[in-house]
Design a binder for this molecule. Sequence first.
Ligand code: IPM
Ligand code: MG
Length: 363
Amino acid sequence: MKKNFYKIAVLPGDGIGPEVVGEAVNVLQTVAETAGFHIETNYADVGGVALDKFDEPLPAKTLELCKSSDAVLLGAIGAPQYDTLPSHKRPERGLLGLREGLGLFANLRPAKVYPSLVQASSVKKELIEGIDIFIVRELTGGIYFGKPRGFDDQNGGRGFNTMMYDKNEVERIARVAFDAAQKRSKKVTSVDKANVLEVSQFWRKIVLQVAGDYPDVQLNHMYVDNCAMQLIRWPKQFDVILTGNLFGDILSDEASMLTGSLGMLPSASVGSETAMYEPVHGSAPDITGQNIANPIATIASIAMMLKYSFDRNKEAEAIETAINRILLKGYRTKDIASDGTQVVSTKEMGKLVSEQVHLLLSK
Ligand code: IPM
Ligand code: MG
């Protein structure tokens, strides 16, 4: 039996975070009212706003709230005024702390091209039409978390980090990728730097072992530099991309540009506890407060929440269809506008999608 009451922790964060999250929560409210379930939203601070108020990027009560919720919706994190602070006092620490604290080891970043948006990409139309890539990025290990890390003062000083993966970490993320591939085109490309790094050679070995349990899924390995090139050369060759934390960070930004705008891409971070949903884009301080940010990535993250955390596929699809229809009608936020389209604000875009979702679900 599906639940009909969900507690959502809402963390708007910095920059355009509150604007895009506002629209996404409205869409979720519309879905809940129309589909007949209830949501309770509880707001908390993380990132720069939390540093301003509490002098720490992830207050304990924010993490507690997330742990006691059914899902977390995050806006964006980061603001230029903190760029010179030590890492533990930076807004990004808040996001990394959430990932670690909630055990969110798998980051799922789908990159699909909406048919009406092929013009918005800087890559040729025929190369990107119909692409449907699913990036599975390891999120709580690798060089982001490896120890030792830090600075020392020897020989004029140095900074260092450690890229490290153990068997369990590679195995569980590989399983997420193979499970996803089984429901899709049954192809996994594992991306590493095994021609140089031992950590990657180990990664390959474990991925190969896991592949043995999925005889119906085709596996290939690719070096990360080649993958970065292939994504632009022939993106249609990819189905599921399985990769580590740092490579996944870079490749998912690259993949987003195939789809036209970073403002379009949702993501889910899942693990053993409460899952977290957030747009792939950052806090965009240059356009904050202007009501021009694209809320679609965050709204599409709500669709992922409905699907992965609440097992509500019908409602998730309604959101995706609604976004598609609004784009087909020619409505665009500034980042994806082109000749002959109608530019709308953040709020207008949110309202248009909400109305469309209501229509679709009340049928
Ligand atoms: C992302 C972001 C984060 C990351 C930053 C904000 C810490 O770039 O989610 O891709 O590097 O993981
Ligand atoms: Mg990134």
